[in-house]
Design a protein around this ligand. Structure first.
Ligand SMILES: [Zn+2]
Length: 120
């Protein structure tokens, strides 16, 4: 069984599947970020993992992040893709700075592009 709604992230340029639902409570200047809602509600926006993590709210607003109550279903493929993207971004940012953990610089492994068919 799956509870994935199939709804996309509400950010215009984003093609990721939504994993969280952001609900604005205007009367209390609160934004509540929680597990994706089963039903689309007014003032609710579906967000993917990355956009949920980068959520910003207007000045004076507070953000509440609700934790998933059940962790039984494990990460979905989209979650793994988001994690892979995040790791890639971290790796890229680390490359821009001098390495601190390892003393030896990462060696560039060249691709072998010389494979060719040898006529017999
Ligand atoms: Zn997104």
């Amino acid at each position: 069984m799956t509870s994935v709604s199939g709804r996309p992230c509400s950010r215009v340029s984003c093609r990721s599947a939504a994993t969280m639902t952001l609900t604005y409570i205007y009367a209390e200047s609160r934004a509540v970020l929680g597990p994706i809602a089963m039903f689309s509600e007014p003032h609710a926006y579906d967000l993917c993992e990355r956009h949920a993590a980068r959520l910003t709210v207007p000045n004076g607003w507070t953000v509440e992040r609700e934790l998933r109550e059940s962790q039984g279903q494990g990460p979905s493929e989209d979650d793994l893709m988001a994690i892979a993207d995040a790791v890639r971004e971290v790796a890229r940012s680390h490359q821009e700075q001098p390495a601190t953990k390892s003393s030896a610089p990462a060696s560039q492994v060249g691709r072998r592009g010389h494979l060719r068919a040898v006529p017999s």
